[in-house]
Design a protein around this ligand. Structure first.
Ligand code: GCB
Length: 596
């Protein structure tokens, strides 16, 4: 699937703004066919945004089930005879869409795009009605999983991950047009050969024969540097300007579909960063050079709009990454908006790209210990069907993000149960699948402490070890000396495996403005001291190839007695103001003792 764009042959119309919106409290909309006419008793709802926090109403915030969205759009008059497509960048977690009275598409999975050709259901220069029902229910067969429990007070959604289950239409929706003959996919894989770069490209097209593919590669200044013909091939760029961390240099590959008279049928632009990624022993290499990750696990999480994408906040977050000296982040715990990955490509920020497989561990609840009363892997809970859904989530992630130079590593799950035979059986085929889909990038999963060194049965499948550890917080709370000893001991064990280790989470909840002369948990001083303790340990162990603090910013969670207005492990507050730890990290990562 190609992302909508405007080119010489393509045109798109954003369907963002205010849509009609209605909660389906009784779950009656589908049988009552609410798509058949204007949505009755509707309020207005912003798209993109999570619906939860927009209304000042707990019934909206905590709604479980269907919600309905509807808009109308004038199909541009120039689109007569064109192929018209309705494209959603995401809908969380499940959606079905109608154009007029015709169902055109259904999709499962809250963080990847889907689309439908709607040529037959719309007319140029006429209005079309688009209705979407979005369902936010999590089950044992969804990624992430959850369960709806019957309580004396009605049904309650439970889930096992530590962020609020925001839902709705979180990313832009587009109506776009192409010619009947059009490109359907472009894949690029880059390599380096001395001073030269290579770009293997592969295109797919839907056309009635006779059409040929031509590709033109231009540098960032628009100068043509290579070209080729054929649906696939390899281009060479002499004296290539590499894409590298901190240097987001991009070429533009234009793929053209041309008929036998030379007429341009389709044109699509794919940005290309020429770089290589490899694992060599305990080193993680980008362009053959050891790369040390500094940065964060993040969230798509904002006040009012929840997980709605917002360009201003995105740009600001990247400014903060630069300010603090971070070179990377992980898309914890789901694929982020495509605009974020495009931005990372341009900014030279490195990304660990994660699926939405989080909360698959009944020994934990949102990263916190305590059994959840279920068995993780069983025919009634996470089972073969779940694994099929998980596999599909991996397919959709790789298909969407395969061309981003910023993406250097796939994370196929966060903190699943991984110390049991069932876990080993569940995960082995998913690692195989990911490697088959993308042989060019390392693959891993994020391990948690219940499967500490010596116990984990899944890390054997990873090219890198990604560890989330809360020594000094959930373990040895308030005792950083004991934490340091225990952490170093465990880490030395992992180091003996001979793979690069990325510490994908470490941190402490910190209430901004709370100070303690003798550092105590929740104070700004304690967060600084806990990070310092971690850094001493990392600096003593060669195999540590990166440090991602949890978390970039404070974020919303389900209510709980260890959460004060959400998860407060942010180095920035939810409104992006620095805690003391931000200044300390800046000094470490920028190597600048004078950084304030
Ligand atoms: C974890 C999870 C993350 C939580 C974090 C915490 O291990 O991966 O989602 O938010 O711990 O703060 O407990």
């Amino acid at each position: 699937m190609l992302r909508p764009q405007d080119t010489a042959t393509r045109e798109r119309k954003p369907l963002t703004g205010l849509w009609r919106f209605r909660l389906d409290r009784a779950g009656e909309g589908r049988s009552a066919e609410w798509f058949k006419g204007p949505l009755a008793n509707a309020q207005e709802m912003a798209v993109p945004a999570s619906f939860n926090d927009l209304a000042a109403d707990p019934a909206v915030r905590d709604h479980v089930g269907d919600v309905w969205y509807q808009t109308t759009v004038w199909v541009p008059r120039g689109w007569d005879g064109q192929r018209v497509v309705l494209h959603f960048e995401s809908a969380t977690h499940q959606a079905t869409a109608w154009v007029g009275e015709t169902e055109v598409v259904s999709h499962e999975g809250g963080y990847t795009p889907f689309e439908a050709e709607v040529t037959e259901h719309v007319q140029a220069a006429a209005e079309a009605r688009i209705t979407v029902v979005v369902n936010n229910t999590l089950s044992w067969q969804s990624i992430p999983p959850g369960v709806v429990e019957d309580t004396p007070d009605g049904k309650r959604q439970r889930y096992f991950h530590d962020f609020f289950n925001y839902a709705g239409i979180h990313r832009p929706v587009w109506l776009y047009a192409t010619g009947r003959a059009h490109l359907t996919d472009v894949t690029v894989v880059t390599g380096l050969d001395g001073a030269n770069g290579t770009i293997e490209y592969r295109t797919e097209a839907s056309s009635e024969g006779g059409a040929e593919v031509r590709v033109v590669l231009r540098d960032a200044g628009g100068v043509e540097v290579a070209s080729g013909t054929g649906a696939s091939g390899t281009l060479t760029v002499e004296n290539v300007h590499k894409w590298a961390p901190g240097d987001g240099y991009l070429y533009d590959l234009e793929a053209q579909l041309v008929d036998d008279t030379g007429e341009l049928l389709d044109s699509y632009h794919q940005s290309v960063g020429v770089r290589t990624v490899a694992v060599d022993g305990i080193r993680f290499l980008i362009n053959g050079e050891p790369f040390y990750f500094t940065g964060f696990g993040k969230h798509e999480d904002l006040t009012v709009i929840g997980k709605g994408h917002n360009d201003a906040f995105m740009a600001h977050d990247f400014e903060l990454l630069k300010w603090i000296g971070a070179n990377s982040f992980r898309t914890s715990h789901y694929p982020y908006a495509e605009a974020v990955l495009d931005y990372a490509d341009r900014q030279g920020i490195v990304v660990i790209d994660e699926t939405a497989a989080v909360g698959m561990n009944m020994g934990l609840g949102g990263g916190i210990f305590g059994r959840q009363g279920y068995t993780t892997f069983s025919p009634e809970t996470i089972n073969d069907h779940t694994r099929d859904v998980h596999a599909q989530a991996i397919r959709e992630l790789v298909a969407r993000d395969k061309n981003h130079p910023s993406v250097v590593l796939w994370s196929i799950a966060n903190e699943p149960e991984s110390d049991t035979e069932s876990a080993e059986r569940y995960f082995k085929p998913l690692f195989d699948l990911t490697r088959q889909l993308d042989p060019t990038r390392p693959v891993g999963f994020v391990n948690e402490v219940l499967a500490s060194y010596g116990k984990c049965r899944v890390s054997q499948f990873g090219d890198v070890l990604m560890l989330n550890r809360y020594y000094g917080w959930y373990l040895h709370t308030g005792d950083l000396e004991a934490a340091e000893l225990a952490w170093e001991q465990e880490l030395k064990g992992w180091a003996s495996e001979g793979k690069p280790i990325i510490i994908t989470e470490y941190g402490a909840d910190t209430y901004p403005g709370l100070h303690a002369l003798i550092a105590q948990p929740w104070s700004e001083e304690y967060q600084v001291e806990l990070l310092d303790m971690n850094h001493r340990v990392f600096d003593r162990i060669d195999a540590v190839a990166g440090e991602h603090v949890w978390a970039f910013a404070d974020f919303a969670t389900a209510s709980g007695i260890v959460r004060v207005g959400g998860n407060k492990k942010g180095v920035f507050t939810r409104d992006r103001q620095p805690k003391s730890a931000a200044h300390a990290l800046r000094r470490r990562w920028r190597g600048d003792d004078t950084a304030q």
